[in-house]
Write a new protein. Structure first.
Length: 348
C-alpha cells in the first residue's frame, strides 16, 4: 500500500478516498469524501477554506497549480498542469473497481474518464473507484450508472459542459435516460455543441467525450439518430480542430476513423468484459473471435458506421493520447499485460 501506509489507512477510515483534483472552469476543484458528515478545512498557500457539515466536500481553487492540505490528513498534496498539454490518458467504465486505476502511474498530464465510474452512484462505490488514484488532475463524464445515485455531488457541473485545459478543449455530452438513448437528450446535446463550439476557438485541439458509443462493435450497438446527428455537426463545423471522440459503455475497445477524425470506444477499465470467449453474440451481431479488423459488413442499424471500422478487441484497456508537432498519436494499452497493443497516428 505505502505512501505511509496509504496515509495511515486514510487516518483510520475517516476519509473515503484521497482528495481528487478536478479540472473545473479556470482552476482546480478539490473534492473529497468523509464517511461521516462533518465540517472540513482546506489549507492552500494563501487561504483557508471551510466546508459545511457533509459527506462530500469541494473547494474551488483559482488556478491549475496548487499545493494544499486538508484537516485530518497528515499529508500535503500538490497538483500542477504544464503550460502546454503533451499527454493525457482516457479510461471508461471503472464500475467501482480500482485495480487498473491504482496502477496508472504518473507519466501524463491529466486523466479523462468517459463515465460509469460507479454502478449506482453510492459513497461505497466511490471509495472503491477513486481509492489510490494518482495525484493528477481529472475530468469526468457522466455515465448511465453514475446517474442513478449521488454522482452529481461529485461532478458538481452540468452533464453537458465545455472544459479548456491549456491548449486543448473538451466538450462533454450526455445522451442517455437510464440505459437507453433519449432522442430528446441527443437534440439537447447537439444544440449544446452548436451553441458552444465558439468556446474552443482559441485552442489547438478539440475532443468530444460521451458515454454512449457513436459507432459500436459491442453489445449495445450504435444509436443511428445520435451517430448521424453528430456526423452532421462535425461536417458542418468549419473549424476542423475536433480531433476525436472518446466514449465507453460497450465494455470492449473499438477504433473507427472517418474524415481524419477518430472515434474510440476506449475499452473497459474495471467493469466486466462481455463474454470474453471465442464467439460473442449480442443484438444480432456476432464476433467470430476476440478481435475484429478492417471494415465490417453491417447486419442491422446497430452496425451503423461499420465502413469506418479499424480494430476491435475484447480486453481491459485505456487510450493514451500524445500530442506532438503536426500529429497526435493514440496508443491502446492492454491493462492486463501493461503493453501497447497498437498505436494510431493522426497527421494534422
Amino acid at each position: 500500500m505505502d505512501i505511509i501506509t496509504e496515509t495511515a489507512t486514510l487516518q483510520r477510515k475517516q476519509f473515503c478516498y484521497k482528495p481528487i483534483a478536478f479540472i473545473h472552469q479556470n482552476g482546480i476543484r478539490v473534492h473529497w469524501c468523509t464517511f461521516f458528515q462533518k465540517k472540513q478545512q482546506l489549507f492552500s498557500t494563501n487561504d483557508i477554506y471551510k466546508t459545511k457539515s457533509d459527506n462530500f466536500h469541494s473547494v474551488q481553487l483559482s488556478n491549475f497549480n496548487a499545493k494544499y492540505s486538508i484537516s485530518g490528513l497528515d499529508e500535503s498534496f500538490q497538483v500542477a498542469l504544464p503550460d502546454k498539454v503533451s499527454k493525457f490518458v482516457v479510461m471508461t467504465d471503472i464500475h467501482a473497481n480500482n485495480k487498473f486505476t491504482s496502477a496508472l502511474g504518473t507519466d501524463f498530464d491529466f486523466m479523462v474518464f468517459c463515465g460509469d465510474q460507479s454502478n449506482n452512484g453510492t459513497i461505497n462505490e466511490f471509495e472503491h473507484s477513486f481509492k489510490n488514484l494518482p495525484q493528477k488532475p481529472v475530468i469526468m463524464a457522466m455515465g448511465n450508472h453514475d446517474a442513478r445515485g449521488k454522482f452529481d455531488q461529485v461532478m458538481q457541473r452540468d452533464v453537458n459542459f465545455y472544459q479548456q485545459v491549456r491548449n486543448v478543449g473538451f466538450y462533454f455530452i450526455f445522451i442517455q435516460k437510464g440505459t437507453p438513448v433519449s432522442d430528446k437528450k441527443v437534440d439537447i446535446a447537439m444544440q449544446f455543441l452548436r451553441d458552444n463550439i465558439h468556446l474552443s476557438a482559441g485552442v489547438e485541439h478539440v475532443f468530444i467525450v460521451v458515454h454512449y458509443p457513436v459507432y459500436s462493435t459491442g453489445y449495445f450497438g450504435a444509436h443511428p439518430y445520435f451517430s448521424k446527428s453528430l456526423e452532421v455537426f462535425l461536417d458542418a463545423n468549419t473549424d476542423k480542430k475536433i480531433r476525436s471522440v472518446f466514449y465507453g459503455h460497450d465494455h470492449n475497445f473499438a477504433a473507427f476513423r472517418r474524415n481524419n477524425q477518430f472515434f474510440f470506444d476506449t475499452g473497459v477499465g474495471g467493469g466486466n468484459i462481455t463474454l470474453m470467449n471465442t464467439t460473442i453474440k449480442g443484438k444480432e451481431r456476432q464476433w467470430p473471435s476476440d478481435s475484429l479488423h478492417g471494415p465490417l459488413v453491417p447486419i442491422n442499424d446497430k452496425c451503423y458506421g461499420y465502413e469506418h471500422h479499424l480494430d476491435s478487441w475484447l480486453l481491459y484497456s485505456r487510450t493514451e493520447v500524445e500530442i506532438a508537432v503536426g500529429k497526435i498519436v493514440y496508443h491502446v494499452r492492454d491493462l492486463v499485460r501493461d503493453t501497447i497493443l497498437k498505436s494510431y497516428e493522426q497527421i494534422l
